[in-house]
Design a protein around this ligand. Sequence first.
Ligand code: ADP
Ligand code: ADP
Ligand code: MG
Length: 461
Amino acid sequence: MTIRSLLIANRGEIAVRINRAAKALGIRCVQVYSDADADSLAVRLADESVNIGPPPAAKSYLDIGTIVEAARRAGVDAVHPGYGFLAENADFADSVEAAGLIFVGPTGGTIRLLGDKVAAREVARRAGVPTVPGSAGRISDITEARDVIAGSGFPVMIKAAAGGGGRGIRVARSEAEFEQLFPQASAEAQAAFGDGGLYVEKVIGKARHVEVQLIGDGQRFVHCFERECSLQRRRQKVWEEAGAVMLPDAVRGRLCESAVAIAREVSYRGAGTVEYLYDEETGAFYFIEVNTRIQVEHPITEMITGVDLVAEMLRIASGEPLSIRQDDLKVSGHSIECRINAEDPARNFMPFPGVVGALATPEGEHVRFDTMLYEGYQIPPFYDSLLGKLIVWGKNRDAALERLRSALADLKIGGLPTTVPLHAALAANPDVQAGRFDTLFLENWLQTEEAIRQLKKEEVA
Ligand code: ADP
Ligand code: ADP
Ligand code: MG
């Protein structure tokens, strides 16, 4: 059934992004909002909006019953979950379909299977994709991790089976530390994800985070090449690039093919991402997880392939076959995204909600700023601190970096500290410019005198 109206079950910049893609397809948009988001840009842009309750997410954006009821009452055909919140909640997908509506994403069964990282590792193995050496399944104490520890030695990583957003992960350097961290990780996972299940993985040292964008209609599956997302803080991405320029072409080919093999294994429908760790020294890559949703960093893939991933999600959800063939997809140039957060990099990234003052956003060819911001907007303190994403394209990586530096200089968000100075410092950093970094680079760099000085200086400027 062709989607004519859509409930956007999210907030922030991704709600704005979905709104624009849907409108361009002639779809009527109904925006949900909590009491804290009545003045949001997403609400202003939507054709209609529905209040779904008080500010805490548990009482609004995470309330399945209220959101499905809002969709039914608004008479929409479909629901787009965005990322975060209920995007990877299988019960939500099932509830939407049980109400006779289209869920823009994979089936509840696929989300349930791949959302469990232990089960997903098994799927990857069945598809012939190498996984990080680790426990065969969930473990309940250190005795069940003995084999992994004996094989890989310390440190090992304790991970939540239901984890996401960098939470529920602990690194244990010794048996004593393992015994101490294990119950902590389980309690955190239980509180954050409602599932305290844990597994262990070998720690891949000096790794790059590389991921492959997938899109499928349940029968045909294509990849839209890879992204490099190693610049992370607290295991959350900060800066992303497409493609991963250090990958040898032969490895790139196998990596992208392996993601398609996973999609085929589960007859994947919708947009998704397969994440890997890449060991530059050995050239080996290891599956870590699948995200069964649109990702924050999807625009950089759009910039190098020309595919509108959100529009494609909506077409597939309407029952149309995939409009793209693998052979038609070609990479053009290079793209970089910087996540602009309402956090103060000079004060240990303290979140800083406030009122947006004068706003100047970069414009021009090959520059895109996906944002929820407008002048005078009061940023609510209840949700994550992402304000927007600055995305640039260049004919190669150097050209993209050049454009990024000038776009960052043009981006002025008055009234509150943001991560713009951090990105300016990174864009000027010789290691970043040379592409020499791994997943620990940013954390290490932030501890240096140079970083502390630069972030303070930017603050004064
Ligand atoms: P991406 O994989 O797209 O880079 P992030 O890890 O930055 O996504 O997460 C995007 C948002 O979704 C963040 O607000 C994060 O906290 C949230 N999120 C990611 N995974 C989960 C999950 N499994 N459960 C709840 N929230 C999640
Ligand atoms: P999440 O679901 O929270 O996104 P991931 O499994 O994707 O968790 O891991 C998040 C980040 O943690 C990775 O991008 C990487 O930087 C780091 N990481 C995860 N697993 C390992 C590992 N086995 N060895 C080293 N680093 C890892
Ligand atoms: Mg991840």
